[in-house]
Design a protein around this ligand. Structure first.
Ligand SMILES: Cc1cc2nc3c(=O)[nH]c(=O)nc-3n(C[C@H](O)[C@H](O)[C@H](O)COP(=O)(O)OP(=O)(O)OC[C@H]3O[C@@H](n4cnc5c(N)ncnc54)[C@H](O)[C@@H]3O)c2cc1C
Length: 311
């Protein structure tokens, strides 16, 4: 475990926005979870679990929060990227499956390329999705027909009420960009997950992954500082289309603007000479919601998580 005072949160997010937290508690192993309650009570503030910071909009200023970073599964003892643990294989209704245990801190792009190379299917739609495994679970990240929750067999979680424990699918609820534990808890942190991945042809999976990446690259600002889609898609509709029709493409405030390439991506131009402010992002978001509400009568729901999340 490593504790860092007053970390600059903008550096830990893909949008490059946010003030500082009271402390950052880095967890490298499951054993570190035992010391977590004490570390949290010493630091104070409300606990916020950070993955890769690719779905976050964090307020400016000195924030009354302590950030927990579960990094287990990201590096091995020699400091190289850690690999998933192969637990075994089993027969499913439509073929053979491999069971993998993956630490919450593993980067999703690493897991994707590792699994595709071994002919393990299920994540190839998630190409181009940054972040870590724990964040993908928490967001039920998905794209091009793939999502995280259907692959999950079990989850090892820490909650302040029950400590570290393992739950099966009856212990969680998941739907489009939503994931929660069934048993009430003040907050939870995923530490590792067991995934069941169907065995398939590596060449076929590589081709699908490449096609998905080209599609993504041609329609989304993948090389800019963003937090992915700001809003969830309303049922049967595309939030990007509504925002575009409501005139939000290219709408700017300070260093923030809705991308010209995809109106549902808020991009931070870190090189424009104006300091990026979360306030500007929030004002643009409010403007966009009002415009879509007025024009289409649709209330857009945030996909990006705002911090501090008051509990
Ligand atoms: C260029 C770009 C493209 C993207 N494309 C997609 C896409 O196609 N599909 C999609 O679904 N998303 C997409 N996203 C959004 C984002 O990458 C995903 O939501 C991702 O899964 C978030 O993971 P993270 O580790 O970065 O989580 P963070 O942003 O760090 O956190 C997000 C939420 O998860 C919680 N969390 C993180 N780790 C844990 C943990 N270990 N235990 C408990 N809670 C945790 C946090 O508290 C927070 O509430 C995109 C983002 C970018 C920047």
């Amino acid at each position: 475990m490593k504790i860092i005072d007053r970390p600059a949160l903008a550096e830990l997010t893909t949008l490059r926005l946010g003030g500082s937290a009271i402390a950052e508690i880095r967890l490298d192993s499951l054993a570190d979870c035992e010391r977590l309650p004490e570390a949290l009570s010493l630091a104070g503030g409300s606990a916020h679990v950070l993955g890769g910071g690719s779905n976050l909009l964090i307020r400016d200023g000195e924030l009354p929060i302590t950030v927990i970073r579960p990094l287990m599964g990201s590096r091995d003892a020699e400091g190289r990227p850690a690999e998933p643990e192969v637990l075994g294989a089993e027969d499913g209704p439509d073929g053979k499956y491999t069971l993998l245990r993956v630490g919450a801190g593993m980067r999703m792009p690493f897991l994707l390329s590792w699994t595709v190379r071994r002919g393990l299917a299920g994540l190839e739609g998630l190409v181009g999705v940054p972040g870590r495994v724990g964040g993908a679970v928490a967001m039920n990240a998905g794209s091009y027909g793939c999502s995280t929750a259907p692959l999950m067999r079990s989850l090892t979680v820490f909650t302040p009420e029950r400590g570290l424990h393992e739950i099966g699918p009856e212990g969680w609820e998941a739907s489009y960009r939503r994931f929660s534990l069934v048993k009430p808890c003040s907050w939870y942190m995923s530490a590792s997950v067991v995934l069941a991945m169907k065995q398939d042809d590596p060449a076929k999976l590589r081709r699908i992954m490449q096609e998905n990446f080209l599609r993504k690259k041609s329609g989304q600002p993948v090389h800019e500082h963003t937090a992915g889609c700001v809003f969830k898609n309303p049922e049967g509709e595309s939030a990007g289309r509504l925002l575009d029709a409501a005139g939000m493409k290219g709408r700017r405030r300070g260093a923030l603007r809705f991308s010209e390439m995809h109106a549902n991506f808020l991009a931070h131009d870190t090189k424009c000479g104006i300091p990026g402010r979360t306030e500007d992002a929030l004002a643009l978001i409010a403007e966009a919601r009002a415009a879509v509400q007025e024009r289409f009568g649709v209330s857009l729901e945030m996909e990006v998580k705002e911090w501090p999340a008051w509990r």
